[in-house]
Design a protein around this ligand. Structure first.
Ligand SMILES: Nc1ncnc2c1ncn2[C@@H]1O[C@H](COP(=O)(O)OP(=O)(O)OP(=O)(O)O)[C@@H](O)[C@H]1O
Length: 779
């Protein structure tokens, strides 16, 4: 039985609840902002006249009396054959918006003896999500032949999908490796393809996004060869500039539906900053209390108040620790309470997931600490509050997590607890950066030749490429094709470009990896492959001695063999985390664009980066205190990629009164903090990008600070930094100035991956340098 939350009965309780949490003695100053987002009333419409009656009846039977306006707008557009992207909030019924035209097309396209007419392909970034869709479609009870097609499908299931299914649920990997290369066998399915649904499309970003964009273009090309021109419906709870991102993803114009007309209760979002702890970090810097410890306290308080709460914690170990600490704290209040809290990780069996969902719904469980694995694949509704131990990386992800609370018209509370790094600190002290603006654009670059090349090969193997195909693959396609032909991978004949190799061309592109063979993580004891790490990040995350968190589970790397591309790992429970440090050199290959800024110059272009991981730090967990550093013996690597860089001429520095001896520390500190903040403007992780700063760079002859994409050919992040440079570097300067420390700390200018032990760093110098760059008068 569903238990009504007592909070539903008490309007505006959420704001008061936050006030009570913040008023606990000793917590002064931790609540940095409270934002109340007003209630929203639903706007509904009639069912579209074209919708099949039995499909409408199936939705009505499931409790949907009338569709919301945004659902009808999107469904109408799709039905009329327009590509559409639906960018409305979590639980805004996006599934109905595409299922209505899709199921209608299938039902009305059937032949007289039930033969397959129209077909639909649904693409999700994970298998779990496709399984959830399968369950959702099944619960409609309609006569539609639906199945999943993924790595777990057996031979019979695959054959049935190909020959009989009308609605196939898959992922980009299967499309790339199985469905497209074997298109001849799928010709009847592809030739009838009417809709392609791209769900959770904000997942396709960075290098992965670029890969998926080419997989979708290959799909469009092959469908056209079989006479089909499917309509794409893309969906995402939160994606900025949706029509731009969707256009880049499928290579065609897309209509955006963005106004959410589903009902919503009041949402309170609190920003919370843990205090400085008594410990100290590198170079004696002050450090803040760990976000997970603070989250455990808040979880205990909320559970004690009967508030159904979900806490998102980065690692499984962290989630377990938060649940355990909260339970211990609750035991001091009331011995019956600890049983109300549990932890949850990814990888549970469906029955285990359902049991937890049920316990939360039924009120046997009030608090759950979970890893982000929960974000996709478990349906927990009826929560009152969500705690986030650390910013989940993007504003889009933050709203998605907050959206877990208060589904439907219930009121909801979200609390973001800052981690001790520049981005989190900036956000909790600059709420306008989080609240007053749209979510970040999904950044990726389909023109990256390292990504495009293998897909052109795959496309040529699927069907020879012709001149007419080239516009679909973007402005760089011709050059890349010529290079592939010259390298002997493709052969030009009168009828087009052919793949003449015996290998499978699709094997050239590993769409989840970012260049080079990925390193396999192998469990030493069993030989089981637990996962893979991109070649680019293996040195930094899978070196000997690294503590590696994979899907929330903690592992220790016992050895890394770069020749064999294998890291041997074992399950472990160390009380520390690790972070690698690397040293980097950079040379400019070509400047593509530049802007002049008050005597300074901001550039974007191609660079060669050589870098070497030299050691790793061990940090006690929880807490984050540095407990040791160990050297590593790894080879230097080089990378041709894209960078944004800025230079300040000597006379400008002199006029601003910046002393020569302060320049290296000032540039270094500005670089660190800007890397920490770029994820606010580009949908990247601080580990996707790197930086180099120098008081005198040989290629520019001036003080230069570079921020580069850590992926071969670039991933679009540096370019985004160039386009948003003024906002980005202003935020960087503000973050440095606003930080309460004296000489620099992890919240502003110290970086966990610095190869120079965070030396030298000059906090006031960095602020002055950025002032000069941004054209502010010197003090
Ligand atoms: N017009 C409607 N009126 C009432 N309920 C609806 C309506 N449309 C959808 N729902 C219900 O809202 C819930 C959320 O729908 P759905 O899961 O499709 O949302 P979503 O936007 O895909 O969510 P998520 O962002 O979690 O993927 C479902 O229980 C669905 O049945």
């Amino acid at each position: 039985m569903e238990v009504e939350s007592t909070l539903d009965l008490l309007p505006r309780r959420m704001g008061q609840l936050v006030d009570r949490l913040a008023a606990v003695p000793g917590r002064e100053g931790r609540l940095t902002h409270l934002e109340l987002l007003p209630r929203r009333v639903a706007a509904t419409e009639e069912w579209p006249a074209w919708a099949a009656a039995d499909v409408v009846d199936a939705f009505t039977a499931r409790g949907v009396d009338r569709p919301w306006r945004h659902q009808v707008l999107a469904a109408d557009a799709a039905h009329a054959g327009r590509h559409v992207v639906l960018a409305t909030g979590t639980a805004s019924g996006k599934s109905l918006a595409y299922q209505l035209p899709a199921l209608t097309a299938i039902r009305s396209g059937r032949g007289p003896r039930g033969q397959r007419g129209a077909t639909v392909l649904y693409i999700a970034p994970t298998k779990a999500l496709a399984q959830d869709q399968l369950a959702g479609l099944g619960s409609l009870g309609l006569d539609v032949r639906v199945t999943t097609h993924d790595g777990d499908s057996g031979r019979d299931q695959r054959d049935w999908a190909r020959d009989h299914a009308e609605y196939v649920l898959t992922n980009p990997d299967m499309l790339h490796r199985s469905l497209l290369p074997a298109h001849a066998r799928w010709s009847s399915f592809l030739g009838s393809l009417t809709y392609v649904v791209v769900d959770e499309c904000h997942h396709y970003r960075g290098v992965f996004g670029a890969h998926v964009s080419h997989v979708l273009r290959r799909l469009r090309r092959i469908c056209a060869a079989y006479g089909a021109d499917p309509t794409f419906v893309l969906a995402s709870a939160t994606v900025a500039e949706p029509e731009v991102a969707a256009h880049r993803l499928i290579g065609a114009d897309v209509l955006a539906v963005t106004e959410d007309t589903s009902p919503r209760g009041e949402v309170a979002l609190a920003l919370w900053e843990p205090p400085f702890s008594s410990g100290s970090g590198e170079n004696g810097a002050p450090v803040r209390r760990a976000a997970s410890s603070e989250t455990a306290d808040l979880l205990a308080d909320l559970v004690a108040e009967g508030v159904r709460t979900l806490a998102f914690v980065r690692s499984r170990r962290g989630a377990e620790q938060v649940a355990m600490t909260a339970a211990d704290l609750l035991a001091e209040v009331d011995p019956s309470l600890p049983g109300q809290v549990a932890s949850y990780r990814g990888g549970y069996l469906p029955e285990e997931r359902r049991a937890i969902e049920q316990a939360l719904r039924g009120g046997d469980l009030t608090g759950l600490a979970a890893t982000n694995a929960l974000e996709l694949g478990i349906d927990i509704s009826g929560l009152d509050a969500v705690l986030m131990a650390g910013f989940p990386g993007t504003r889009a992800a933050l709203w998605q997590q907050v959206g877990r609370a208060g589904r439907g018209a219930q009121d909801a509370l979200g609390i973001l607890v800052a981690r001790d790094d520049p981005l989190d600190t900036y956000l909790v002290t600059h709420p306008e950066a989080l609240l007053g603006r749209p979510v970040e654009s999904t950044v990726f670059d389909p023109t990256n030749p390292h990504v495009l090349g293998p897909h052109l090969c795959a496309a040529a193997q699927e069907r020879p490429l012709t001149e007419a195909d080239l516009p679909l693959f973007g402005s760089t396609a011709r050059d890349v094709l010529d290079a592939l032909t010259e390298a002997g991978l493709l052969r030009r004949r009168p009828r087009g470009w052919f793949w003449t190799d015996r290998r499978r061309a699709c094997d050239l592109a590993d769409i989840r990896s970012t260049g080079g063979s990925p390193v396999q993580l192998v469990e030493g004891e069993t030989g089981r492959v637990v996962g893979t790490v991109d070649a680019a990040s293996a040195h930094g995350t899978a070196h000997e001695g690294a503590v590696y968190v994979h899907r929330g589970e903690t592992w220790l790397v016992t050895s890394l063999d770069l020749e064999e591309h294998v890291a041997v790992i074992e399950r472990a429970d160390p009380d520390y985390s690790t972070s690698a440090r690397e040293i980097t050199d950079i040379t400019i290959v070509a400047e593509r664009e530049h802007r002049d800024w008050a005597g300074c110059r901001l550039s974007f272009g191609d660079v060669d980066v050589s870098h070497q991981v030299v050691s790793f730090l061990k940090r006690r967990q929880p807490g984050g205190d540095v407990i040791g550093e160990e050297p590593l013996d790894l080879p230097e690597r080089s990378l041709r990629t894209c960078a944004v860089w800025w230079t300040v001429p000597e006379h400008v520095l002199a006029e601003a009164g910046l002393a020569e001896q302060d320049l290296p520390g000032a540039a270094h500190a500005a670089e660190h903090c800007s890397i920490g903040l770029l994820p606010l403007f580009a949908t990247c992780d601080r580990w996707d990008i790197g930086g180099v700063s120098t008081a005198l760079h040989p290629d520019t002859g001036q003080l230069t600070v570079f921020v580069y994409d850590g992926h071969p050919g670039g991933a679009g992040f540096a370019e985004r930094g160039f386009r948003a440079a003024r906002e980005w570097l202003t935020a960087t300067r503000d973050a440095i100035e606003a930080c309460a420390c004296v000489d620099g700390c992890p919240s502003c200018i110290q970086s966990p991956k610095c190869g120079n032990q965070n030396n030298p760093l000059d906090k006031p110098g960095a602020a002055r340098l950025l002032d000069v760059l941004l054209g502010a008068p010197a003090v």
